[in-house]
Each structure stands twice: as C-alpha cells, then as structure tokens.
Design a protein around this ligand. Structure first.
Ligand code: AMP
Length: 633
C-alpha cells in the first residue's frame, strides 16, 4: 500500500487501520472496541483490552533475544571525560526492573499510585520507569535540570507516594547535587511523599532523612532474586503523567494511557523510524522530555531494538563522541534536535569524519524548527536522509513527518512533512476559524478523535483539558497545537512558531509566565515581561524586561549588572538554569494595552528588529521606546 492509501484508511476507517496496527504488540486480553469516541473530546482506544508497556518493551523479547543488548548506558560524565559504558541485555534489564519493582512494592507503592522520578541520565532511571509500568504505578518524570519550585509544583499536582532520585547529576564533569534541591522541594510542597528512594552515585555527600529516605543499592541487594509478575492493565489505565509548560504559570500534567500509547509507538517505530529487532537506536534527548519517554525508553524497546542512553555533552570528550557511539554500537537510527546539530556544526569538521558511521540509515530531528542550513550541513556530513518530525508532549509521537517505512516519499526542506496516520491536520484562521488556503498562515489544529498515543486529559483536570486545548474556535471543537503553520499546495506543512506564551529554548519548552512568576518573587521587582527572541544557536532565548521597585537599584551600569545577576540567580534557584533568561533589561514602563494586557508580541518584534504590529490599543507608546533604549544600552 502506498502512503496516500494507508493514510486515507487511517482517517476513513480508523477501526480497521488501528486494529491492524494493534497486532504489533502483545495483548493479554483482546480489546472489544477499537475506538470509543462517544464522549468527545475524550477518546478511548482498544477498550476492554489488557496489556502492559513493560511486558511489550522487555519481557516479550526475553524469550527470543534475552541475551541481546537492550539498554546501552553510556556516560561521558566521568572525571576524565572518557566514556563509561554498561550494557544490559533484555534478560538483565528484566531482572533489574523486577528488583526495582520489588523495592517499590516493599515501599507500599500500589497500582495507580504516582511515582515521581527526578533523575540524571542513568540506567536506574529507566529501571524505575519500567518498574512503574510493570506494577501499574503511574510515573511522572521531572527533568533533572529543574529546581525546587518547579519540582514542588509537580509534587503537589501528582501527589506521589514515592520519589525516586539520586545524589547528583553531572554536567561537563562537575557534580550537580540533586538531593538538596529535592529536600527543599519537599519542604515547599504541601504534599509529602511517604518515601524517597535514592541512588547514591557517590558524586556528592547525601544527608538521609530517617524513616523517609531509602538507599537503592541496599534494597537492591535485598531484592536481588525478586520476581515480580506483570500487572495486566486496562488499555485506558494511565501509564504516566508528564508535565509541560503552557500559557499559565501552572504546568499541565499530560496524562497518557497504556494500550493506545503502546500501539502508537510500535506503529511509529515501524513506519516512521523503521526500526528492526536486533538493531540499535540512539536518541540524544533526556528522559525528562517526551522524546525521552517515547524514543529513548519505550519506542525502541517495544520494537525489540537496543536503546542508547547517553549522559553528557555532545562535545565531551570531543565533538566526535556521538559518532563514536554510532560506530561502536552500529546505530541504525538516530534521533536528535536541531540545536545539538548547530552545536556540532561549530566544531572542527574532522570530528564528523573520525568515525565510521556507515551503519546509520537516517537521522531524525525534532523539537524546534529545522532551518535549511543546519539540515543541509548534517545531511552532507553524514550522507543519510534527515527526517524532520513535528509533534508535542501532548501527542506523544509525530504529527507530521515522512513515513519512509511505508513509502519513500521525498522530504521538503523547511517542512517536517505531511500528517501521519490518524492525524487530521488543518490550518485555521486565528480570528475567523475558517480553513486557510494553500500557503496562508494560520493555527495548526487537529480534528478529533486524536489517534492512539495522544494525551487522555490533563491529570486531575478534565475541564482544563477541554478549555485549554479544545475551545479555541467557536465554530468547531478542534484540538489546538498552539503553533502557527502553513500548508503548501502539495500538502506539505511548515511550522512557524508558537501562538501562545510558550518559548522553545534549545528544543526545551518553557512557559514565559512561569519565568515571570519566578522573577516577580525578587523583592526589588515590581513588574516583568519575559519574551522569547530568535537565537542562531538555541532557536530562541528568554529575555526579561523588569520594572524595579526602587529605580535607584538600576540607576548605574554596575547596579544594573548586579540586579541582573540576582534576577538570574533567583530563576536558577527556583526553576533551574534551563529557564534562566539570557538577558535582564530594566525599564520604568512596559508596553500594555489600555486594559492592562502585556503586549508580548510587540516586545518580541522589537527585540527581533521587526515591526511591532498593531498598536492601536497601546496605553503609552513611550514604553516601546524604553524597550528599544534598553536593548541599545
Ligand atoms: P514539546 O512539547 O516540548 O515537545 O514542544 C512541542 C513544541 O515544539 C511544538 O508545539 C512546536 O512549537 C515545537 N516543535 C516540535 N517539533 C518541531 C518541528 N519539527 N518543527 C518545528 N517546531 C517543532
């Protein structure tokens, strides 16, 4: 079947299409209904079916390829920067998961309980995720780069029975203590987890809290021979929650199911990523992001592939480190982000040639717009197709791409491609809701029902799910991606950035409101506006404009520098360095409408040297001059 026919079937006859795809995974009990769409926008897939993500990722491969590599954990975060590697076969991975699952059960974790995982990129993090899946606990992985306040909000929302963490992460060979941030977060949070399980990497000393904190290594020894059977789950049970930033300061817990997610991943691994059992897959993301969930942990393993988990920078010990991994483990499919490629492009070109990368068949890039220069550079350096793919935490797998596993359709520079199975993509005019013509800019929306694997709801808040995503157009109920886009005459889509206050820094999604709230907690900040502005390396960076309470505090260049450093430090402490603005400018007025709404789009336009747009509602045009002056100064 060619792609057009296959896609058409997924839209006109989703029951048949997805029933076929569902054969890619194991079911403990068959489903009775493929799709229940009786209560839109809530969708249920594979109703009545029983399955398990851990079984499909690990156990089912043990019989046929138990002695083959499943997890290849590589770290360059060692003292000398030399690679430390540890390989777990499917059988060994299963044993580690059973040990971790037994520990969780011994700590009272039951099916449906939440387990928050705040971990560096170490194998134990994957054991913990898969152990949750095994026993039906709901994991919520929080990116290790986030700090106490971010963590505290997520603890209060997810109310975990257990938190799994470690003494420290490491960046560029320097330890970054996690435990004090975690202790501070638990202090800040209203919800107190009963237990904290800690992996001691011996990077920094840890103070254990008696009765609450447990040592992973000691418990692992105790449960070394543990056998923990799979808990069979309903297809629509919840597998995990993953928090993501939105328009408000409060992160949204994207909640996903079990069966739909497993089928979507198996299907995307086959048709988009073309992975085969026995091959090696390498995604350079972090388990704290959705790419890590779908394409470091679950996707490759569900496809019977070995997955590489890499802790470290792309340029340590040198800029050839990723290609050395590709060579050594004969990686066939690799997944990264445009920012990482731009970092490598700045390095001496010989690093691209030092290693034999001939095993590689394609490089997939996602997370932010892929510019033509970056795409062409890496394509010629590697000599393989570069496959852009566009999706979100909410969808869990690509909305737009090129399904090379079905048909070798050409890619088009600057475009992530065409809609994947089951995604009914449309471009709507922002104000009228009318469907845009070819090459006309509008909001990218998806018509329901969304395909398997997409979010079920916002954890604990069905109303917010409906209001946030499905209520942006009065004429029809469609899912808004909050991205601008266009569709060309041939049906290829182009993504043109966010319509909301979300920014994308080096492929990391951050809410400007969250950063503003953090900055506002500084005692000398009266008002603040944070916008994302274009950056050659990172795609976007956050820039803050602050009105100080006491103008004297920003009267001289020295005092401005000192206050800027303090503002940055507060963001580092509360949210993590990942959210730190690249610059903090000081003004006495911010551009607002007469009703007091911040004109963020105008500020952003001025920062990027563009026209600030429609200013008929602006309260005081002088405020724009202040932005210009602050940037010039
Ligand atoms: P996240 O949920 O963190 O994965 O961020 C999703 C957002 O990243 C999307 O809504 C887009 O704004 C952006 N994004 C992801 N992939 C692409 C891509 N291939 N091209 C352009 N933008 C992308």
């Amino acid at each position: 079947m060619n792609f057009a026919d296959s896609y058409r079937q997924s839209i006109t006859d989703p029951q048949t299409y997805w029933a076929n795809e569902a054969k890619l995974i194991d079911w403990h009990a068959p489903f009775s209904t493929v799709l229940d769409d009786s209560n839109p926008p809530f969708t249920k897939w594979f109703v009545g079916g029983k399955t398990n993500l851990c079984h499909n990722a690990v156990d089912r491969w043990v019989a046929t390829q138990g002695d083959q590599p499943a997890l290849i954990a590589v770290s360059s975060e060692t003292e000398d920067g030399q690679l430390h590697e540890k390989i777990y076969t499917f059988a060994e991975l299963q044993a580690e998961i059973e040990r971790t699952a037994a520990i969780m059960l011994s700590l009272g974790v039951a099916k449906g309980d939440r387990v928050l995982i705040y971990m560096p990129m170490i194998a134990e993090a994957i054991f913990a995720m898969l152990a949750c899946a095994r026993i039906g606990a709901i994991h919520s992985v929080v990116f290790g780069g986030f700090a106490s306040n971010s963590l505290a909000t997520r603890i209060d929302d997810a109310k975990p029975a257990l938190i799994v963490s470690a003494d420290a992460g490491s960046r560029n060979g320097k330890a970054i203590a996690y435990k004090p941030l975690l202790d501070e977060a638990i202090k800040l949070a209203r919800h107190k987890p009963a237990h904290v399980l800690l992996v001691d990497r011996r990077l920094v000393p840890m103070t254990m809290i008696a009765g609450r904190d447990a040592d992973y290594a000691a418990l692992r020894r105790q449960y070394i021979d543990a056998q923990v059977p799979i808990t069979w789950l309903d297809s629509n049970d919840t597998s995990y929650i993953l928090y993501t930033s939105g328009t408000t300061g409060k992160p949204k817990g994207v909640q996903r199911d079990v069966g739909g997610y497993a089928v979507a991943l198996a299907s995307s691994m086959k048709h988009i990523f073309c992975g085969k059992p026995g091959e090696t897959y390498f995604a350079t993301s972090d388990i704290g992001w959705v790419v890590g969930h779908s394409y470091i942990v679950y996707g490759p393993l569900i496809a019977g592939m070995a997955t590489v988990m890499y802790e470290g920078l792309p340029i340590r010990p040198d800029a050839g480190v990723w290609w050395s991994i590709v060579e050594k483990y004969k990686v066939t499919r690799m997944f990264s982000a445009p920012t990482a490629v731009r970092v490598l492009k700045k390095q001496p070109p010989e690093y691209m040639k030092k290693h034999d990368t001939s095993s590689l068949k394609a490089l997939y890039l996602a997370g932010e717009p892929l510019d033509e220069t970056t795409s062409q550079w890496i394509a010629s350096a590697l000599g393989v197709p570069i496959i852009d793919n566009y999706w979100q935490t909410e969808t869990g797998w690509p909305i737009l791409s090129i399904a090379k596993g079905i048909e070798d359709k050409p890619t088009r520079l600057g475009s992530p491609g065409v809609p994947m199975a089951g995604y009914k993509v449309k471009i709507l005019n922002e104000s009228t809701g009318a469907v845009c013509g070819a090459n006309e800019k509008g909001v990218v929306v998806l018509e329901g029902p969304l395909p398997p694997g997409c979010m079920q709801t916002i954890y604990g808040d069905d109303d917010r799910f409906v209001k946030t995503y499905w209520s942006n157009f009065s004429n029809e109920q469609v899912y808004s991606t909050f991205d601008w886009g266009i569709r060309d005459a041939d049906g290829y889509y182009f993504i043109l950035g966010r319509t909301d206050d979300v920014i994308n820094v080096a492929g990391h999604r951050l809410g400007t409101r969250e950063i503003e709230e953090s900055i506002s907690s500084h005692p000398n900040v009266s008002e603040v506006a944070v916008v994302g502005i274009e950056d050659k390396m990172k795609g976007q960076v956050a820039v803050a404009f602050v009105i100080p309470k006491n103008a004297d505090a920003a009267a001289t260049p020295e005092s401005r520098r000192a206050l800027e450093a303090e503002v940055m430090a507060i963001v580092d402490k509360q949210l993590g360095a990942v959210a730190r603005p690249s610059r903090v400018h000081f003004v006495t007025l911010l551009p607002k409408t007469r009703s007091g709404k911040l004109l963020r789009r105008s500020i952003q336009a001025i920062c990027e040297g563009r026209d600030p747009g429609d200013l008929t509602t602006i309260e005081d045009p002088m405020s724009l001059e202040q932005i210009r002056a602050a940037l010039a100064g």
